[in-house]
Design a protein around this ligand. Structure first.
Ligand SMILES: C[S@@+](CC[C@H](N)C(=O)[O-])C[C@H]1O[C@@H](n2cnc3c(N)ncnc32)[C@H](O)[C@@H]1O
Length: 239
Protein backbone atom coordinates (compact mmCIF):
# COMPACT_ATOMS: atom_id res chain seq x y z
CA UNK A 1 0.00 0.00 0.00
CA UNK A 2 1.47 3.32 -0.96
CA UNK A 3 0.03 6.15 1.10
CA UNK A 4 -0.43 7.48 4.59
CA UNK A 5 -4.16 7.77 3.89
CA UNK A 6 -4.36 4.09 3.02
CA UNK A 7 -2.70 3.17 6.34
CA UNK A 8 -5.17 5.32 8.26
CA UNK A 9 -8.14 3.70 6.50
CA UNK A 10 -6.72 0.24 7.16
CA UNK A 11 -6.26 1.00 10.88
CA UNK A 12 -9.78 2.44 11.07
CA UNK A 13 -11.34 -0.75 9.67
CA UNK A 14 -9.28 -2.87 12.04
CA UNK A 15 -10.65 -0.75 14.91
CA UNK A 16 -14.33 -0.93 13.96
CA UNK A 17 -14.27 -4.62 12.91
CA UNK A 18 -15.82 -6.09 16.13
CA UNK A 19 -19.13 -4.24 15.65
CA UNK A 20 -19.01 -3.91 11.89
CA UNK A 21 -21.58 -6.59 10.94
CA UNK A 22 -24.12 -5.49 13.53
CA UNK A 23 -23.87 -1.86 12.43
CA UNK A 24 -24.03 -2.77 8.75
CA UNK A 25 -27.41 -4.50 9.20
CA UNK A 26 -28.72 -1.79 11.48
CA UNK A 27 -27.64 1.20 9.41
CA UNK A 28 -28.81 -0.21 6.07
CA UNK A 29 -32.12 -1.43 7.53
CA UNK A 30 -31.22 -4.95 6.36
CA UNK A 31 -31.16 -3.84 2.69
CA UNK A 32 -27.48 -4.60 2.25
CA UNK A 33 -27.95 -8.39 2.04
CA UNK A 34 -30.77 -7.99 -0.50
CA UNK A 35 -28.46 -5.87 -2.68
CA UNK A 36 -25.66 -8.40 -2.35
CA UNK A 37 -27.98 -11.23 -3.50
CA UNK A 38 -29.05 -9.15 -6.50
CA UNK A 39 -25.43 -8.39 -7.35
CA UNK A 40 -24.49 -12.08 -7.16
CA UNK A 41 -27.40 -12.93 -9.48
CA UNK A 42 -25.88 -10.53 -12.05
CA UNK A 43 -22.73 -12.67 -12.14
CA UNK A 44 -24.54 -15.58 -13.84
CA UNK A 45 -23.95 -19.23 -13.03
CA UNK A 46 -20.69 -19.73 -11.13
CA UNK A 47 -21.04 -23.46 -10.48
CA UNK A 48 -17.54 -24.97 -10.53
CA UNK A 49 -15.95 -21.53 -11.00
CA UNK A 50 -13.72 -19.19 -8.97
CA UNK A 51 -14.80 -15.95 -7.30
CA UNK A 52 -13.01 -13.30 -5.26
CA UNK A 53 -14.74 -11.11 -2.68
CA UNK A 54 -12.46 -8.09 -2.57
CA UNK A 55 -12.50 -5.64 0.36
CA UNK A 56 -14.35 -8.58 1.86
CA UNK A 57 -14.64 -7.38 5.46
CA UNK A 58 -16.15 -10.34 7.31
CA UNK A 59 -17.33 -11.85 4.02
CA UNK A 60 -21.07 -11.28 3.47
CA UNK A 61 -20.65 -12.11 -0.22
CA UNK A 62 -18.79 -15.31 0.70
CA UNK A 63 -21.81 -16.42 2.72
CA UNK A 64 -24.13 -15.87 -0.26
CA UNK A 65 -21.83 -17.79 -2.62
CA UNK A 66 -21.73 -20.75 -0.21
CA UNK A 67 -25.53 -20.66 0.22
CA UNK A 68 -26.00 -20.73 -3.56
CA UNK A 69 -23.29 -23.15 -4.67
CA UNK A 70 -22.30 -25.11 -1.56
CA UNK A 71 -18.76 -26.45 -1.98
CA UNK A 72 -19.03 -26.22 -5.79
CA UNK A 73 -17.27 -22.87 -6.10
CA UNK A 74 -13.73 -21.86 -5.20
CA UNK A 75 -13.73 -18.73 -3.07
CA UNK A 76 -11.18 -16.12 -2.13
CA UNK A 77 -11.75 -13.31 0.33
CA UNK A 78 -9.24 -10.45 0.36
CA UNK A 79 -9.03 -7.40 2.59
CA UNK A 80 -6.16 -5.27 3.85
CA UNK A 81 -7.56 -5.11 7.42
CA UNK A 82 -6.21 -8.13 9.29
CA UNK A 83 -8.84 -8.00 12.06
CA UNK A 84 -11.64 -8.17 9.46
CA UNK A 85 -10.04 -11.32 8.04
CA UNK A 86 -9.76 -12.91 11.49
CA UNK A 87 -13.51 -12.36 11.96
CA UNK A 88 -14.20 -13.66 8.44
CA UNK A 89 -12.17 -16.79 9.19
CA UNK A 90 -14.18 -17.52 12.34
CA UNK A 91 -17.52 -16.71 10.72
CA UNK A 92 -16.99 -18.98 7.70
CA UNK A 93 -15.07 -21.68 9.60
CA UNK A 94 -12.34 -21.20 7.03
CA UNK A 95 -10.12 -23.86 8.63
CA UNK A 96 -12.71 -26.52 7.70
CA UNK A 97 -13.37 -25.19 4.21
CA UNK A 98 -10.69 -26.24 1.71
CA UNK A 99 -12.44 -24.23 -1.02
CA UNK A 100 -12.07 -20.91 0.79
CA UNK A 101 -8.85 -18.91 1.04
CA UNK A 102 -8.69 -15.62 2.95
CA UNK A 103 -5.77 -13.35 2.27
CA UNK A 104 -4.56 -9.97 3.41
CA UNK A 105 -4.13 -7.91 0.27
CA UNK A 106 -4.48 -4.40 -1.04
CA UNK A 107 -7.03 -3.96 -3.84
CA UNK A 108 -4.41 -2.08 -5.87
CA UNK A 109 -1.92 -4.98 -5.82
CA UNK A 110 -3.84 -8.23 -6.11
CA UNK A 111 -1.92 -11.44 -5.41
CA UNK A 112 -3.69 -13.35 -8.20
CA UNK A 113 -2.50 -14.57 -11.58
CA UNK A 114 -3.68 -12.95 -14.81
CA UNK A 115 -6.94 -14.49 -16.12
CA UNK A 116 -7.47 -16.60 -13.01
CA UNK A 117 -10.89 -15.48 -11.70
CA UNK A 118 -14.44 -15.77 -13.05
CA UNK A 119 -16.01 -13.15 -10.81
CA UNK A 120 -15.07 -10.38 -8.40
CA UNK A 121 -17.43 -8.76 -5.88
CA UNK A 122 -16.82 -5.59 -3.86
CA UNK A 123 -19.37 -4.54 -1.25
CA UNK A 124 -19.02 -1.00 0.10
CA UNK A 125 -15.25 -1.16 -0.33
CA UNK A 126 -14.14 0.60 -3.52
CA UNK A 127 -14.82 4.09 -2.17
CA UNK A 128 -12.09 3.54 0.41
CA UNK A 129 -9.47 2.53 -2.12
CA UNK A 130 -6.94 5.32 -2.58
CA UNK A 131 -6.30 4.77 -6.30
CA UNK A 132 -9.51 3.38 -7.78
CA UNK A 133 -8.44 3.33 -11.45
CA UNK A 134 -5.38 1.29 -10.46
CA UNK A 135 -7.52 -1.21 -8.50
CA UNK A 136 -10.02 -1.55 -11.37
CA UNK A 137 -7.21 -2.24 -13.85
CA UNK A 138 -5.72 -4.85 -11.54
CA UNK A 139 -9.12 -6.54 -11.13
CA UNK A 140 -9.50 -6.65 -14.91
CA UNK A 141 -6.07 -8.26 -15.19
CA UNK A 142 -7.13 -11.11 -12.86
CA UNK A 143 -10.47 -11.78 -14.60
CA UNK A 144 -10.78 -14.37 -17.35
CA UNK A 145 -12.34 -13.17 -20.62
CA UNK A 146 -16.08 -12.99 -19.90
CA UNK A 147 -15.39 -12.72 -16.14
CA UNK A 148 -17.62 -10.28 -14.28
CA UNK A 149 -17.25 -7.61 -11.62
CA UNK A 150 -20.05 -6.31 -9.37
CA UNK A 151 -19.63 -3.44 -6.93
CA UNK A 152 -22.14 -2.05 -4.43
CA UNK A 153 -21.85 1.51 -3.16
CA UNK A 154 -24.27 3.94 -1.52
CA UNK A 155 -25.21 6.91 -3.69
CA UNK A 156 -26.96 10.19 -3.06
CA UNK A 157 -30.40 10.11 -4.72
CA UNK A 158 -30.99 12.77 -7.39
CA UNK A 159 -34.57 13.34 -6.20
CA UNK A 160 -34.19 16.01 -3.49
CA UNK A 161 -37.22 14.71 -1.58
CA UNK A 162 -35.24 11.56 -0.91
CA UNK A 163 -31.71 12.99 -1.27
CA UNK A 164 -32.02 15.59 1.53
CA UNK A 165 -33.27 13.19 4.26
CA UNK A 166 -30.78 10.58 3.01
CA UNK A 167 -27.86 13.03 3.31
CA UNK A 168 -29.09 14.07 6.77
CA UNK A 169 -29.16 10.41 7.79
CA UNK A 170 -25.62 9.84 6.52
CA UNK A 171 -24.21 13.06 8.01
CA UNK A 172 -25.85 13.03 11.42
CA UNK A 173 -27.79 9.88 12.34
CA UNK A 174 -25.31 7.31 11.05
CA UNK A 175 -22.25 8.79 12.86
CA UNK A 176 -24.36 9.10 16.02
CA UNK A 177 -25.57 5.46 16.03
CA UNK A 178 -22.25 4.20 14.65
CA UNK A 179 -20.34 6.14 17.30
CA UNK A 180 -22.60 4.91 20.08
CA UNK A 181 -22.27 1.24 19.19
CA UNK A 182 -18.68 1.12 17.95
CA UNK A 183 -17.28 3.79 20.27
CA UNK A 184 -15.65 5.36 17.19
CA UNK A 185 -17.69 8.29 15.94
CA UNK A 186 -14.84 9.55 13.77
CA UNK A 187 -14.93 6.34 11.74
CA UNK A 188 -18.61 6.75 10.97
CA UNK A 189 -18.07 10.42 10.12
CA UNK A 190 -15.41 9.27 7.68
CA UNK A 191 -17.94 6.88 6.09
CA UNK A 192 -20.23 9.84 5.42
CA UNK A 193 -17.47 11.92 3.85
CA UNK A 194 -16.31 8.99 1.73
CA UNK A 195 -19.81 8.58 0.29
CA UNK A 196 -20.07 12.30 -0.49
CA UNK A 197 -16.65 12.27 -2.16
CA UNK A 198 -17.40 9.19 -4.30
CA UNK A 199 -18.00 9.84 -8.02
CA UNK A 200 -21.58 10.06 -9.32
CA UNK A 201 -22.91 6.81 -10.85
CA UNK A 202 -22.27 8.15 -14.37
CA UNK A 203 -18.69 9.08 -13.53
CA UNK A 204 -17.98 5.76 -11.86
CA UNK A 205 -19.32 3.91 -14.91
CA UNK A 206 -16.89 6.02 -16.96
CA UNK A 207 -14.04 4.86 -14.70
CA UNK A 208 -15.08 1.23 -15.28
CA UNK A 209 -15.04 1.81 -19.04
CA UNK A 210 -11.69 3.62 -18.92
CA UNK A 211 -10.22 0.69 -16.97
CA UNK A 212 -11.30 -1.54 -19.88
CA UNK A 213 -14.55 -3.13 -18.69
CA UNK A 214 -17.23 -3.80 -21.31
CA UNK A 215 -20.99 -3.51 -20.75
CA UNK A 216 -20.30 -1.24 -17.75
CA UNK A 217 -23.45 0.03 -16.08
CA UNK A 218 -24.96 1.29 -12.81
CA UNK A 219 -28.21 -0.22 -11.52
CA UNK A 220 -29.88 2.07 -8.95
CA UNK A 221 -31.39 0.45 -5.84
CA UNK A 222 -34.03 1.77 -3.43
CA UNK A 223 -34.67 5.22 -4.98
CA UNK A 224 -30.99 5.57 -5.87
CA UNK A 225 -29.71 5.26 -2.29
CA UNK A 226 -27.30 2.60 -3.56
CA UNK A 227 -25.97 1.42 -6.91
CA UNK A 228 -24.92 -1.98 -8.13
CA UNK A 229 -22.16 -1.42 -10.68
CA UNK A 230 -21.43 -4.09 -13.25
CA UNK A 231 -18.57 -4.62 -15.68
CA UNK A 232 -17.35 -7.50 -17.79
CA UNK A 233 -13.88 -8.46 -18.94
CA UNK A 234 -13.98 -8.55 -22.72
CA UNK A 235 -12.27 -11.11 -24.90
CA UNK A 236 -8.55 -10.27 -25.17
CA UNK A 237 -7.50 -10.14 -28.79
CA UNK A 238 -3.76 -10.43 -29.38
CA UNK A 239 -2.82 -8.58 -32.57
C1 LIG B 1 -17.17 -0.83 4.50
S1 LIG B 1 -16.22 -2.29 4.60
C2 LIG B 1 -17.13 -3.44 3.62
C3 LIG B 1 -16.89 -4.88 3.97
C4 LIG B 1 -17.70 -5.90 3.18
N1 LIG B 1 -17.32 -5.92 1.80
C5 LIG B 1 -19.17 -5.63 3.30
O1 LIG B 1 -19.82 -5.53 2.26
O2 LIG B 1 -19.66 -5.54 4.41
C6 LIG B 1 -14.87 -1.89 3.56
C7 LIG B 1 -13.78 -2.94 3.62
O3 LIG B 1 -12.85 -2.62 2.59
C8 LIG B 1 -11.54 -2.85 3.09
N2 LIG B 1 -10.62 -2.06 2.27
C9 LIG B 1 -10.62 -0.71 2.10
N3 LIG B 1 -9.65 -0.33 1.27
C10 LIG B 1 -9.01 -1.46 0.88
C11 LIG B 1 -7.92 -1.73 0.03
N4 LIG B 1 -7.25 -0.75 -0.60
N5 LIG B 1 -7.54 -3.01 -0.16
C12 LIG B 1 -8.18 -4.02 0.48
N6 LIG B 1 -9.22 -3.84 1.33
C13 LIG B 1 -9.64 -2.56 1.52
C14 LIG B 1 -11.62 -2.42 4.55
O4 LIG B 1 -10.61 -2.98 5.33
C15 LIG B 1 -13.01 -2.93 4.94
O5 LIG B 1 -12.98 -4.23 5.47
Amino acid sequence: MDTERGHKIQAMFDRISPRYDLLNRLLSGGQDMRWRRKAVAMLGDLQGKTALDLCSGTGDFLQIFRELYGPDITLYGADFAYQMLILAGKRHKAKNDPGLVLCQADAMFLPFEDNSLDAVTIGFGIRNVVDRPKALKDILRTLRPGGKLVIIEPSIPKNRLIGIPFSFYFKHIMPFIGGLISGDRAAYKYLDSSVTAFPSPGNFVRLLKEAGFTDAKACPQLFGTAQIYFGEAGIHIEL
